[in-house]
Design a protein around this ligand. Structure first.
Ligand SMILES: [Zn+2]
Ligand SMILES: [Zn+2]
Ligand SMILES: [Zn+2]
Length: 328
């Protein structure tokens, strides 16, 4: 996350406050539960944007002695926090809906409420779409997360509109709590999804898209001196990645030669990887005699076994903690 992303978060924050106010006015006029659910979702947008703001400020701080991996993980907290709030709002709306069935409310001024909801929903759609596009372009999890949430808010506004129109046409007020049950279900689902994304990031679950990209770069730029790469692991910290792996190299190489090769590996990945900068930690393994069968160093002075065949690199042999070998 770059500091300039803060501009977009501020923008989202200010616009969200306006949209939220419009929706609460719509609720005050109508007393409709389904419009209230819409307004509640909006107020979460505002709170979430405020937290995202703080999270960007934190994740931008350079690494220090207390946080040697930087502060990027806070972004996963940010979306987890947002998810938890959405979940709570969803449950709250569900409770309101049940009460609405038991004690039906009188609805008034629905036409005005309808137009205010249209305005709020349209504004949310434009804002959300803009944030998602910008977030993707800048590879910012917080911006994309914020934008997706605002977009989902605008989709649920469509449901709210349908409900209000139906009430206006039929006069059946029970449509109001019924529709808010659906709104609650959608909101709860969104909350769960955001929270699971947050947990995955905090638990360093493998992101196969990133792994695939790294494997492709290594395959394309593979050097004979790197006999194999295994036990590769990737962690994401905001905008930078920590990668560690084992590299098998000729056992007779000097420390200087090994260091040179590792620097080349580092450069190859850092110049070709698009998603952010990579910090490496590489453990080296000496080659063993069975390595000769797939070792590409034809000029090897100590070759013990004849070369048989090259082993293609893939995530199947780069991820496990095992030197590459032919199946027995
Ligand atoms: Zn190893
Ligand atoms: Zn060094
Ligand atoms: Zn060799």
């Amino acid at each position: 996350m770059k500091r300039s992303d803060l501009f977009y978060i501020r923008l989202s924050f200010i616009i969200s406050i306006f949209i939220c106010a419009v929706k609460f006015v719509a609720w005050a006029i109508t007393g409709s539960l389904v419009i209230l659910s819409d307004a509640l979702e909006s107020i979460i947008n505002v709170a979430a944007a405020a937290f995202a703001w703080y999270s960007i400020y934190l994740s931008n701080k350079p690494r220090d002695t207390e946080h040697p991996y930087g502060h990027g993980k806070i972004e996963f907290f940010s979306i987890g926090f947002e998810g938890a709030m959405i979940l709570i709002a969803g449950v709250g709306i569900l409770v309101q809906a049940v009460q609405g069935f038991i004690h039906p409310q009188n609805l008034k001024g629905l036409t005005a409420g309808l137009w205010l909801t249209v305005a709020g929903g349209a504004a949310n759609f434009i804002l959300g779409y803009f944030l998602v596009q910008t977030g993707k372009k800048r590879n910012s999890l917080t911006l994309t997360g914020n934008g997706k949430h605002i977009l989902s808010d605008s989709y649920s506004s469509i449901g709210v509109l349908v409900a209000v129109v139906l009430i206006l046409l039929t006069g059946y007020t029970w449509i109001d709590p019924l529709a808010s049950v659906f709104a609650a279900a959608v909101i709860i689902f969104t909350g769960f999804r955001l929270m699971s994304k947050s947990v995955k990031g905090l638990m360093d679950e493998v992101d196969m898209k990133v792994v695939d990209e790294l494997v492709d770069i290594l395959k394309l730029n593979r050097k004979s001196e790197w006999i194999d790469v295994h036990n590769m692991r990737v962690q994401r910290f905001g905008n930078y990645y920590h990668v560690d792996c084992h590299v098998t190299m000729p056992y007779y190489y000097s420390l200087e030669q090994v260091h040179d090769e590792l620097t080349k590996l580092d450069t190859v990945l850092n110049t070709n990887f698009q998603k952010g900068s990579i910090e490496f930690f590489i453990h080296t393994d000496p080659c063993i005699s069975s390595s000769c069968r797939h070792c590409l160093l034809t000029e090897c002075p100590v070759r013990k076994l004849p070369f048989q065949q090259q082993i293609e690199w893939s995530k199947e042999n780069l991820l496990p903690n095992k030197k590459h070998a032919f199946p027995e």
